[in-house]
Ligand binder design. Structure first.
Ligand code: ATP
Length: 208
């Protein structure tokens, strides 16, 4: 279970109010989109959901509980969980697995490399693999400790339309398996394919 609930959330950085009344609820196994132009606070919503940031007012609940960094997969979020260019794809996954004290880390990493068709590029540095494989490395990294909630910043970034279709299928497969996915996007066509959209800066919410 990993439903996401934002209740009358206000977020300010100092005197700079980013939003004052953001409310939405995302059920288990759904994909939610935080949609809006640049600098409207989309990434901050992910940080609120992961517990890295506290709301100025209002409440954020994940599965009825306060957000817990250990129960979310971050993959990748600018500045918080970047892909490290100098690590290979495999090292990247192993690093995250060790960070999360995953048991049988090497087996788990091999499982993910297989699942996301990364075996051929596992020895390549992340910066040297194509964008789709970079996306999949980020996703696999987020999943290494089997979190019920996965947070992703602009998954479509850098992908061609065809690559985005494949990436979208990866996310849908994940949600069909019961994981909840919360992503950000600047593109309406990406938001439209999610189960719930919360638009910033006005906080309008709809279910496409
Ligand atoms: N730690 C911080 N301290 C002060 N201001 C911040 C901080 N983090 C973000 N901001 C400001 O809050 C606003 C929203 O930032 P955020 O990164 O959440 O938006 P975003 O919609 O994800 O932007 P982008 O699409 O450009 O990544 C921006 O104006 C940003 O400069």
């Amino acid at each position: 279970m990993s439903g996401v609930l934002f209740q009358s959330v206000e977020l300010s950085y100092g005197r700079h109010q980013i939003y004052h009344d953001l409310s939405f609820s995302l059920e288990d196994g759904q994909i939610g989109a935080i949609y809006g132009p640049s600098r409207t606070g989309k990434s901050s919503v992910l940080l609120l959901a992961s517990g890295h940031l506290l709301p100025t007012k209002g409440d954020v609940r994940i599965d009825g509980q306060k957000p817990d960094k250990k129960r979310v997969g971050l993959g990748p979020i600018t500045d918080l969980s970047p892909l490290f260019d100098t690590l290979t794809v495999e090292e990247h996954l192993l690093f995250q697995a060790r960070l999360h004290h995953v048991r049988k880390a090497k087996d788990r990493v091999q499982e993910l490399l297989r699942e996301y068709q990364l075996e051929d590029v596992r020895k390549y540095r992340v910066k040297d693999v194509p964008h789709l494989e970079q996306f999949r490395t980020g996703l696999a990294t987020a999943l290494v400790h089997r979190p019920p909630l996965v947070l992703i910043d602009e998954p479509e970034r850098g992908l061609t339309n065809d690559e985005w279709e494949i990436a979208y299928e990866d996310l849908r497969k994940l949600s069909d398996g019961g994981s909840t996915v919360l992503l950000t996007t600047v593109l309406q066509q990406v938001a439209d394919r999610c189960d719930l959209v919360a638009a910033l800066p006005n906080g309008e919410v709809w279910r496409p």
